[in-house]
Design a protein around this ligand. Structure first.
Ligand code: BG6
Length: 500
């Protein structure tokens, strides 16, 4: 058993989807692998009335179903740590009951008043809950530490993000606030840091002298599913680009941190966000492509168009696809284009970074010599693929493209933590490295806000059929410059994938 402080994890929004699908399974895995503290309690909080036993039974059933578990003693032991408090989260007075409950649990589990408040609620409550907690002194660290975990979205635009930040900071210090961007919890995203800065092989090449351009793709095959109501007000720019993709970009483009700690690392990614070249209307006309999926039939199955999805306005102009060419104004990256794209209902689920190296200065083997590429696969089939030229066997000196690859699943006996396991564990340890810092979030909004302003009234929106790689205009972003997107398959080594 490890030396973590005993603690209580109080989850607001306990009857919601995120708690059931992600948080409880993550805590369960940490429990069975003995990574949680010696003594801990989980307090589910939401409006619905449940007794402890009824909530426990619900959670247990969900765990059995989602994790394909058998009923076991270990499962019962874990569930015995779970408690429930029904609460009108917006009603300050009712927090007196919560205070009583937390005091009781602190004594029962000997947690010395250490509490993590996890806000797994609609964003409209992000400002309200801290205020209600503070009204009952539940934020005070007089007895035990208090931490606040907030899920994205951190604001709807720059203005609301600043307002939210102010609200949170009225009652919690920055070092108590853990903003979850679950992409930072992914093992392969963290590996960008280790891969770049633990090898003498790649880092000397990692700059404008040797890199021609960088591609970042985050494709999903699913549509908006049950979240049409939320998504229609957000769109891909807010849902994926402003947070996840910019965080990945930050890791790809950052300078080496002087040491591995939360300030040093986050200072460097923050500098990348500050150096993003602001996009004005003229550049956006050229360099931004927005799309929305339309109905199509894939392998005999009919996929509805975005506007026919539940909760979506039938005339919606919300983008489900974004492709953007951007640049970073600093010494390392001046002149290197970054092409970033994300979309729903694309042919497959894949997230990857592709580093395209420059051609050799003198093409002795002809103009068709393949480019050197490094594909860093974030998910699925996690790994790294290097593509380079080799002599084509036989007469003459022609070169052909070959590959070398590493796959995570070839590492024996390695249990990779899921993003939520890693992030929950870090918040219990009090390590904020993998959480988005306030200044970085605002810097990302600074970059995205002009795009939202310019596109909000009359965005040029292209349709793309479900199962394709987005609008053809997005291909032109690269082809006009003699480049091409990679069209990855779910397997790291296959290319050119399309469902249609
Ligand atoms: C979420 C977005 O933050 O990330 C979803 O709100 C998206 O729309 C999801 O589907 C993607 O996460 P992952 O880990 O499946 O790539």
């Amino acid at each position: 058993m490890n030396q973590l402080d005993n603690n209580c994890i109080a989850i607001f929004g306990a009857s919601g989807d995120l708690t059931r699908r992600k948080l409880i399974p993550a805590l369960y895995h940490l429990y069975i692998t003995e990574q949680l503290s010696a003594s801990f309690s989980i307090l589910g909080i939401s409006r619905t009335e449940y007794s402890d036993d009824a909530y426990r039974a619900r959670i247990k059933d969900a765990l059995i179903e989602s994790e394909k578990l058998e009923n076991s003693e270990q499962l019962d032991e874990f569930c015995a740590h779970i408690h429930y408090q029904s609460l009108n989260t917006a009603d300050q007075d009712s927090y007196a009951v919560l205070k009583g409950r937390l005091t009781e649990l602190s004594q029962q589990y000997d947690t010395a008043g250490n509490v993590i408040y996890y806000l797994s609620t609609p964003p409209s409550l992000y400002g309200v809950i801290p205020e209600c907690l503070a009204a009952h002194d539940l934020h005070s660290e007089k007895d035990g530490w208090k931490r606040l975990i907030v899920e994205k979205p951190f604001g709807y635009d720059k203005k609301s993000a600043v307002a939210l930040d102010k609200q949170l900071h009225r009652f919690f210090r920055e070092d108590q606030i853990y903003r979850i961007d679950h992409y930072l919890g992914k093992e392969t995203v963290q590996n960008l840091l280790v891969f770049r800065f633990s090898n003498g092989l790649f880092e000397p090449l990692w700059n404008r002298n040797y890199i021609d351009h960088v591609e970042i793709t985050s494709a999903e095959s699913i549509g908006v599913e049950e979240r049409g109501g939320y998504y229609d007000g957000a769109g891909a720019m807010r849902d994926m680009f402003q947070n996840h993709l910019l965080q990945v970009l930050g890791m790809v483009a950052m300078e080496p941190p002087a040491r591995i700690n939360s300030d040093a690392i986050r200072n460097e990614t923050f500098k990348v966000f500050q150096s993003l070249h602001p996009l004005d209307e003229t550049r956006l006309k050229e360099d931004l492509v927005l799309g929305q999926y339309t109905a199509s039939d894939i392998r005999g199955e009919h996929m509805v168009g975005y506007r026919e999805e539940h909760g979506v306005d039938e005339n919606s102009r919300t983008e489900t696809y974004v492709a953007l060419k951007l640049s970073i104004d600093n010494w390392r990256w001046n002149g290197v284009p970054f092409y970033v794209r994300t979309g729903k209902r694309l042919p497959t689920r894949v997230t990857e970074v592709v580093i395209h190296f420059k051609k050799t200065p003198h093409p002795v083997f002809g103009q068709n010599t393949p480019d050197n590429k490094l594909v860093i696969r974030i998910q699925p089939d996690e790994g790294i693929l290097m593509k380079f030229g080799l002599k084509k066997p036989g007469a003459g000196f022609e070169s052909q493209e070959v590959s070398m690859e590493f796959r995570y699943d070839s590492l024996d006996g390695t249990e990779v933590l899921t993003a939520y396991e890693r992030l929950l564990l870090d918040s219990i340890k009090g390590d904020p490295t993998l959480f988005a810092r306030s200044d970085a979030v605002l810097a990302c909004w600074d970059f995205v806000q002009p795009i939202l302003d310019i596109t909000q009234d009359n965005p040029t929106l292209y349709g793309y059929a479900c199962g394709t790689w987005g609008p053809k205009e997005a291909d032109e972003l690269l082809t006009r410059e003699g480049r091409q997107w990679r069209f990855p398959c779910k397997n790291l080594t296959d290319a050119d994938y399309c469902e249609l």
